[in-house]
Design a protein. Sequence first.
Length: 167
Amino acid sequence: EEEILDVIRNMQIQNVTLTGGEPLLQPEIKALLERLAAEPDLHVEIETNGSVDLTPFTEIPNGPSFTMDYKLPGSGMEAQMRTKNFALLGADDTVKFVVKDYTDLCRARDVIREYDLTEKCHVYLSPVYGQIELEDIVNFMKDNRMNDVNMQLQMHKIIWDSEMRGV
């Protein structure tokens, strides 16, 4: 832990993102976040899958911001989503909806409206690569006046072969 903090300080790193799998399920994650929060010039972001209660992590002074995925029907995981987390999100946080098809777009729209997400945090729609046309997402956003919602693309899948790893 101290080695990581030394690297952060020596390299003057200002932003750290914890991701991969579900970081909030890792043992000692709260202790790590508390230690990172003690670094006044460091911003920590957690990318979470939306199934873990965020409450313990929102209680950390100078704690992390969250990018929370909301799994839509096309993922088969929507029942695992913890919508109570939406009440804990603020202006520095993000909810990301990965959309596969029109059904997912409609559900994302409904969740965004039901929980008034654009008034609380950043909101993104992101396509499942190769499953939905980008133009269809944009037209849906226009037709539904989703002015405060952003579209996020996986640039590495557009620039390089979508199967390429390590880019």
